[in-house]
Design a protein around this ligand. Structure first.
Ligand SMILES: Cc1cc2nc3c(=O)[nH]c(=O)nc-3n(C[C@H](O)[C@H](O)[C@H](O)COP(=O)(O)OP(=O)(O)OC[C@H]3O[C@@H](n4cnc5c(N)ncnc54)[C@H](O)[C@@H]3O)c2cc1C
Length: 420
């Protein structure tokens, strides 16, 4: 049985940053970090396709809206440790950054590896004792300490930081263990579900158009036959079995099997079906002898996509524009604003970038991420019921929550005697 003051479970960005902060600010404290994989930060290495989209240049007020309905919970953490401080932390360690046109920050090296190295160096400098290949199986609360059991040994500790991540990409080590640990300590887990996940549509008619993308479409989602659930404006990507790209990925947190998604392909160019109908009419008048597939192709960006759309609507693509019936013109105009698909399923945790759901926020203090149920237990990063849009919002949440928990623990440590 080993005795220490602080144990961080999980060596992702949240766990590493939290452990490093505590060790640096409280140098006499023995901080142990337990990581089940052979090396920490496996998921961090694949972020942003290996380039690591660390954070975003959006103002904090806008940031908060990038986490769906739960974003307000993060407000204090984001103001306490905003993107500028995160970037400063890494630039103090020699990294430089650039922003892309969407405000996403990436390291100039184009490699997530540098971010991970800065974090592991930070832990080493502070003397954090990092134990890899050591999975935590259980955490028990006894009087004023915790007993942690791993597959190697047991530890007693005064403060536990749960930083085990969500369930997505389980091969990186994040497979939902933290939910079971939190549940065993009395916490309610909001049903985890895949988020930032592609949408799968069975019998997808546009499968041969995989790779075609649309800028600034509007994607809406509703339960079959019922009212609107959510709406998102953004770019869309056609895949071999459904929809991806930011608009689809961002909506995936609220989408369930059998929901219906509706795409407005022209919101920026034509306001409504009537306007589009007029445009169809004027294009036909301009070239009455041209085939429909040619004279109307400028309505949408992908020619291939347009041809499949005509086929789906039973509109003969090779008839001349002047012989296209008004009924078919209306059908086309309607579909360009309301192209509907039933979602068969979402991409599994193997392809979902984050997990929606997790430890119930009502049971966590938003100022320092301490459990309201179990004193000296802190829950940070993706373990809690927070998931962000793509754009660097998830990593920023991991670092900001880690910072607040570390600050609170450092403040408390003075109040406790060191273990013998
Ligand atoms: C493909 C992909 C690309 C992404 N790209 C971006 C991006 O560019 N920008 C962005 O902001 N976000 C991105 N994300 C999301 C981001 O990676 C996560 O939100 C972030 O890593 C969460 O950090 P975390 O520290 O909370 O958890 P994790 O990074 O999941 O780390 C949790 C750690 O805990 C360990 N662990 C789990 N259970 C145990 C246990 N029982 N005992 C000991 N250790 C345990 C795991 O092995 C893991 O190392 C991406 C995600 C994926 C999958």
């Amino acid at each position: 049985m080993k005795d220490n003051l602080v144990t961080v479970i999980g060596g992702g960005p949240a766990g590493l940053f939290c452990a490093g902060q505590i060790a640096r600010r409280s140098p006499d404290t023995q901080v142990v970090l337990l990581e089940k994989m052979k090396a920490p930060g496996r998921k961090l290495l694949i972020t942003g396709a290996g380039e690591c989209n660390l954070t975003n240049s959006a103002p904090i007020e806008e940031f908060v809206t990038a986490y769906g309905g739960n974003g307000r919970f993060l407000k204090h953490a984001l103001y306490s440790f905003p993107p500028e401080k995160l970037l400063q932390f890494f630039s103090d360690r020699g990294l430089t950054f650039y922003t892309d046109p969407n405000g996403k920050y990436f390291p100039e090296t184009g490699r997530a590896q540098g971010i991970l190295r800065a974090l592991t160096d930070f832990c080493d400098e502070g003397g954090v004792s990092v134990h890899t290949s050591e999975a935590v199986h259980s955490v028990e609360r006894n009087d004023n300490f915790f007993t942690i059991s791993t597959d190697k040994q047991n530890y007693t500790t005064r403060h536990v930081v749960l930083a085990t991540g969500g369930k997505s990409y389980p091969a990186t080590g994040s497979s939902g263990d933290g939910y079971l640990i939190a549940e065993s300590l009395g916490h309610l887990i909001i049903q985890p579900t895949e988020a930032l996940s592609p949408l799968i549509i069975s019998g997808f008619p546009f499968k041969n158009c995989a790779g075609v993308s649309f800028k600034d479409i509007v994607l809406s989602v509703k339960k079959s036959g019922s009212r609107l659930k959510a709406k998102e404006k953004g770019d869309l990507l056609i895949t071999h079995n459904g929809l991806s790209g930011p608009a689809a990925l961002h909506l995936s947190r609220v989408i369930e099997k059998e929901d219906v998604v509706s795409i407005d392909l022209l919101p920026m160019r034509m306001q409504n079906e009537d306007e589009t109908l007029q445009k169809i009419d004027s294009l036909i008048r301009r070239n009455p002898q041209k085939m429909v597939k040619h004279c109307l192709s400028e309505l949408v960006d992908g020619t291939r996509f347009f041809q499949v759309l005509l086929k789906e609507l039973n509109i003969p693509p090779e008839q001349t524009g002047q012989s296209m019936s008004i009924k078919n013109q209306k059908k086309l105009s309607h579909s360009l604003h309301n192209l509907e698909f039933e979602v068969s399923e979402k991409g599994s945790y193997d392809s979902a970038m984050v997990t929606a759901g997790g430890i119930n926020l009502r049971e966590i203090e938003s100022r320092n991420f301490e459990s309201k149920l179990v004193k000296n237990l802190y829950c940070i990063g993706e373990t809690i019921d927070i998931d962000g849009n793509s754009g660097g919002y998830n990593l920023q949440a991991a670092f900001s929550t880690a910072f607040c928990a570390a600050q609170a623990i450092v403040k408390k440590i003075g109040e406790h005697p060191k273990p013998d």
